[in-house]
Design a protein around this ligand. Sequence first.
Ligand SMILES: [Zn+2]
Length: 353
Amino acid sequence: MGKLAIIYDDIYLEHKPWYPHPENPRRLEIAVKYLKDYNLWSNGNVRIAKPWKASLDLVYRVHVKGYVDYIVRLSRSPPAEVDPDTYVSEKTLEASLYAIGGLIRAYELYVNEGVDRSIALVRPPGHHAGRAGKAMGAPTQGFCIFNNIAILASYMLEKGYNRIAIVDIDVHHGNGTQEIFWKEPRVLHIDLHQDPLTLYPGTGFPEDIGGGEAKGTKINIVLPMGSGDDVFSEAVDLAITILEQYRPQAILFSAGFDAYVGDGLADIRVTANSFYNIGKRILEELKPNLVIATLEGGYSKGLSRGLPAFTSALLGEENVVEDEYIGSRTTVKSRFKEYMNSLKQILREYWSL
Ligand SMILES: [Zn+2]
């Protein structure tokens, strides 16, 4: 395998809250520290690359003008809040444009230099941001300003791609991404998340499958509270079965690490094993031409343990993080089985499962 690029710049530390907030610059300091500690930063197969700054034109491809202009306005009079979860500080707009530019850089590294796997360690995150801010009836934007991964996917659609897969492994539903591509069959969106009845943003049910020609290309795999590595692995089985049939030209990961046990904001109990295995299986079983992952959530141990495990998988190396595998309780497993049965029944109209 060739090199893995990690896209990073200190500009991502400049989006900062002025009050205690889980989505803060410390997250990236943890991410970088542990990648270094696990020898993944100076690894000979890793290339650290700087992001570009995206233009507002790129943002307008996905978000409505009124919303973009609103963010620009707020960023001129910081500190400001989009909603009680989502803050705008002095450098938020700047960091956001570099977050988008980080993903575009990852894509251009592939086109120009053949770097076929990248992880963009960006802030602010993006997957809850819909076309005009809040998405699918969610109460807030959940720390997100612009939808970084959706902007990259749109950019690639314009370059001629017509089968892009977005795999969202953040513990929260990627409602912004799903809303943006609801009627877009050229984007398969598979989202693994904690049961929306028990977690923000309260969206992403099995019957939500997209609209129009895109029906069947939006897949919500719901994990009951308390799910461990065994349940997560079965969710990955289904994701891979669908991905095999879709044959994506590129796989984009909304890589959140907040499903890690005890990460802080949710109640899923997976370990480094799950983050390693999904990366490894997707590379080995699907042999994608291009993989670009972008950081979404992850607030503590997910960043110090889940992220290095996932990174070592994308490198094609052994898992650097040793964790005891966590199995789910019987009640959790049986609830998951019910969820999966109803999901598969809905999806059989579109996929052979
Ligand atoms: Zn999340």
